[in-house]
Design a protein around this ligand. Structure first.
Ligand SMILES: Nc1ncnc2c1ncn2[C@@H]1O[C@H](COP(=O)(O)OP(=O)(O)OP(=O)(O)O)[C@@H](O)[C@H]1O
Length: 209
């Protein structure tokens, strides 16, 4: 799905060769500053390699329309963004930005359940804890129904039990719906348990193969 060939990004990343496969869960592990977020940003075309090429489904992403790529390859950043309004409005705003139809409440509820967010759709999204906002942002990105989910520490604000539940549920959703997931995690336990493949990043932005 993603093929990286001799990719460098400034002095931050230096990846000779990397193939990230379709339909599986790939976990990115590595110490702080090793370039995990930078790699996700490259895959989402938020930044471009200084050298080398990145192919998505055999197309060089520099030749793709970035908006079109980002409809297929969705990124959930480390800091969740919450819009003004209710949870329902947060969902519908995200759909609107993606030029998609509004969704019925039962569909929205399904995504709240997947991310284990036990709040009414009428709840004010600004009146939520950090962990709740993180789960809303996750549910919102799942609702957009991309092909690939780039998740940057999606459970960093959650306690251990909630983290396990949420990751397990997202993994099940991804497998049932044939989505590819590339997930940064600080937890080697999570990576071992849920990652079909694990990429370990080193200081200096190289990877172990
Ligand atoms: N916009 C930027 N401009 C210059 N350097 C940056 C920028 N963003 C990150 N860096 C540097 O690039 C390196 C990799 O950062 P990155 O955020 O990709 O690491 P990470 O592995 O995701 O870290 P963490 O686990 O702490 O989130 C770090 O040394 C960081 O200081």
């Amino acid at each position: 799905m993603f093929k990286l060939d001799k990719v460098k990004y400034k002095n931050i990343l230096n990846i000779d060769n990397l193939h990230i496969k379709e339909g599986i869960i790939t976990c990115l592990l590595g110490e702080s500053g090793s370039g995990k977020t930078t790699l996700l940003r490259l895959l989402n075309d938020l930044i471009s390699p200084t050298e080398g090429s990145i192919l998505y489904k055999n197309k060089n992403i520099v030749d793709m329309n970035p908006v079109e790529l980002r409809r297929k390859v969705l990124m959930l950043g480390q800091t969740p963004i919450t819009f003004e309004g209710t949870i329902r409005e947060n969902f519908n705003m995200a759909l609107e930005f993606s030029e998609k139809e509004k969704a019925e409440d039962d569909i929205l509820q399904k995504y709240l359940d997947i991310s284990n967010l036990n709040k009414s759709l009428d709840h004010n999204a600004k009146e939520m804890s950090g962990g709740e906002r993180q789960r809303l942002a996750l549910a919102r990105v799942l609702l957009l129904d991309g092909e690939v989910l780039l998740l940057d520490e999606p459970s960093s604000a959650l306690d251990e039990d909630t983290e396990k539940f949420v990751i397990e549920s997202v993994v099940k959703y991804a497998k049932d719906n044939n989505k590819s997931v590339i997930m940064v995690t600080h937890s080697s336990l999570i990576a071992k348990e849920y990652g079909d493949e694990i990429i370990r990043m080193n200081k200096g932005g190289t990877i172990d193969e």
